[in-house]
Unconditional design. Structure first.
Lengths: 265, 329
């Protein structure tokens, strides 16, 4: 049985970028990425990979859903080409990641999903690399009234149910829910496959739906439950005493002696 | 709904029926916030056969402990827990509900926040009362910035990291223990089909006084065996950045960082890892940080107290041998 899957994929500044590329504007309470490209949030890539595996196993139609301001078309295209069938872009200047809290984002995604038609499974990442919150998936499920399972390392669909291996601190558990359901995906799933150049070309012709603020008709300011009152650069730099020696072996020995001498050990 | 009142801690207990160390930290933190805000501290505890645990929580500075003791609460099912806890909290709406940023806290609180129409702040690394409001601090952008947030709702919930609060001093009088009858719950839509857990003999990472962590530059499992030897010598545990875990050189439980464990040992030895913000987020509060990396420009040196620039394969064996000699003296 082929299922309809929605993968919620957020665009974020590449989290692997060096600390210097994240410029913290304390006055405007926003982080501006300098010199690093936007990417699909890594856990959302894991979610997309999960969807593609379900598609290979049992058949699925995959819609990539992304909400934001100034979404990069190249990033969307590459993700769609990896194995999705269509995209749903929800875009507006007001959907600036710095301005939305998790509840507002979940309301907007729920609104977009209700416009998109029926679905069987929604996949989210376990958390976004910018907010670091891990909330939107669960809240979205509550708003839509569907069961939610978090932290999947494996997802299978069969006979109207989703079967999930859910990561625990010391292992995993197997949890099932009836469809429609929402699952948040963890990194254990594995990396998203690379699309071929041919696939990227072909994906240009795939159906794309665009929604704006007016289509969702939500009173944004009234939805927020949190307010960011300050943003700061964490202070964690220390003065490092570098230990040298004629050989690295000697440096290693001297390091042990120094730690002893300074009563660190 | 009733007028919100009091600070509550969602208590978690360990196998020996005692509150976890994180729960104790939350109770200490809650106590301080309660006195700053002139309100009371309560705890909520859910489980099956938890009389002893509830007693021990009541001796940790709480005014009141609400106990939901029911066989259906023996194992965690988010739908059941959310319904039972939501039912209770609707009649005793707290100003603040604190939970650990644990496996359960992360899974349950977003659901509960929807149920109670409350705000939620996850992964807090700081909380303080100011002008009658609570300000929450949390890392964003993988730890490249720290955001301070406040709620626009009357009730606010938070999941808090380890080592943000201090365990309370033993209280002279115990709080009132109130057993609450769990309202009958609707059937959960989730079905639990079993679990696979691993048993670890090593010292738990979060409690180790010394952590020796390896990164991508370790190159394989054999390298981690060497780190284990060093950690053993120092009575510590082995950690890792994410790449070694992804590559299967180290178990998942070893991962330190924003999506792994948060540790703050007296000494953190970082070997062949670059010091990404996501990793630093999990160990930046360590007492002393020692780095070994072949790249003199690696960011880890900027956040370390001691360092050696060079190939770990040469540095670490000599370091280990010298330490063994020192210890034997
Ligand atoms: C959302 C998200 C969450 C994440 N969560 C975490 C997390 O919880 N924990 C975490 O650690 N990462 C996390 N990451 C990954 C993180 O961004 C980095 O990719 C990762 O921490 C890098 O690991 P590393 O330092 O071991 O590898 P690298 O950055 O590749 O560094 C390897 C280092 O080893 C050095 N080296 C190589 N060979 C040798 C040698 N022979 N001797 C000495 N030095 C050598 C190199 O000079 C280099 O500095 C997360 C990423 C994302 C996007
Ligand atoms: N703007 C967005 N567009 C699409 N999906 C999103 C967006 N924001 C959050 N999500 C989804 O929700 C997950 C959790 O986000 P967060 O709660 O912010 O950590 C992400 O991994 C995405 O799957």
């Amino acid at each position: 049985m082929a299922v309809d899957i929605i993968v919620c994929a957020k665009q974020v500044p590449d989290p692997e970028g060096p600390p210097s590329s994240f410029e913290v504007n304390e006055a405007e309470r926003r982080v501006t990425a300098r010199g690093i490209p936007p990417v699909i949030n890594p856990f959302d890539e894991n979610a997309l990979e999960t969807a593609i595996r379900i598609k290979e196993a049992t058949g699925a139609a995959i819609t990539l859903l992304s909400l934001g301001k100034g979404l990069s078309r190249a990033v969307i295209l590459k993700a769609v080409a990896a194995g999705a069938d269509s995209s749903l872009l929800v875009e507006d200047d007001a959907f600036d990641a710095a301005l939305l809290d998790s509840f507002t984002t979940a309301h907007l995604l729920a609104g977009a999903i209700s416009k998109a038609g029926p679905y069987d499974l929604i996949l989210c990442g376990r958390q976004a690399a910018d907010t670091n919150a891990g909330m939107v998936g669960l809240i979205l499920a509550q708003f839509l009234g569907v069961p939610a399972i978090t932290l999947a390392q494996k997802v299978e669909v069969s006979e109207g149910r989703v079967v999930v291996e859910r990561v625990l601190p010391d292992g995993y558990e197997v949890v099932e829910a009836p469809l429609p359901a929402l699952v948040t995906v963890s990194g254990e799933v594995g990396d998203l496959r690379y699309p071929s150049l041919q696939a990227i070309k072909a994906a240009k012709g795939f159906p794309q739906t665009a929604l704006g603020r007016a289509d969702l008709d939500l009173n944004l300011p009234a939805l927020a439950r949190l307010e960011t009152v300050a943003l700061a650069i964490p202070s964690r730099e220390r003065r490092c005493a570098l230990v040298e020696g004629d050989t690295l072996q000697e440096a290693g020995r001297k390091l042990a002696l120094l730690l002893r001498q300074e009563k660190v050990l | 709904m009733t007028q919100p009142k009091g600070i509550y801690v969602l208590a978690e207990i360990n196998d020996s029926q005692n509150p976890t160390s994180l729960t104790l930290e939350l109770l200490g933190l809650g106590k301080k916030l309660a006195s700053d805000m002139g309100t009371t501290l309560g705890a909520v505890i859910l489980g099956s056969d938890i009389t002893a645990a509830a007693q021990s929580v009541s001796r940790c500075g709480t005014d009141e402990v609400l106990v939901l003791d029911d066989p259906v609460l023996g194992t965690y099912d988010p739908e059941v827990f959310c319904e039972v806890l939501g039912g209770l909290l609707k009649s005793r709406l707290p100003l603040i509900l604190l939970s650990g940023h644990t496996s359960m806290g992360q899974d349950l609180l977003p659901r509960l926040a929807c149920e109670l129409e409350a705000a939620l702040v996850t992964d807090c690394v700081g909380l303080r009362a100011e002008g009658g409001e609570i300000l929450f601090t949390r890392p964003v952008y993988g730890g490249n910035a720290l955001a301070t947030q406040k709620a626009r709702t009357e009730t606010v919930m938070a999941t808090v990291r380890a080592r943000v609060g201090d365990a309370p001093a033993a209280a002279e009088t115990a709080g009132v223990v109130t057993r609450v009858q769990a309202a009958p719950v609707a059937a959960s839509r989730l079905e639990f089909k079993g679990r696979e857990v691993m048993v670890f003999k090593e010292c738990p990472l979060e409690e180790a006084p010394v952590v020796v962590s390896g990164g991508r530059g370790i190159g394989g499992e054999e390298g981690f065996a060497q780190l284990r030897e060093l950690a053993g010598l120092l009575g510590g545990a082995v950690g890792a950045s994410r790449p070694p875990v992804d590559s299967g050189w180290a178990p998942t439980t070893c991962q330190v960082g924003i999506t792994g464990k948060v540790v703050a040992p007296d000494i953190y030895v970082a070997v062949a890892l670059s010091g990404s913000t996501q990793h630093l987020s999990g160990m930046g509060e360590s007492g002393k940080i020692v780095a070994v990396n072949k790249d003199p420009d690696a960011y880890i040196f900027k956040v370390s107290d001691y360092g050696v620039v060079g190939d770990w394969k040469q540095v670490i064996p000599a370091f280990t041998t010298a330490l063994r000699e020192i210890i034997q003296e």
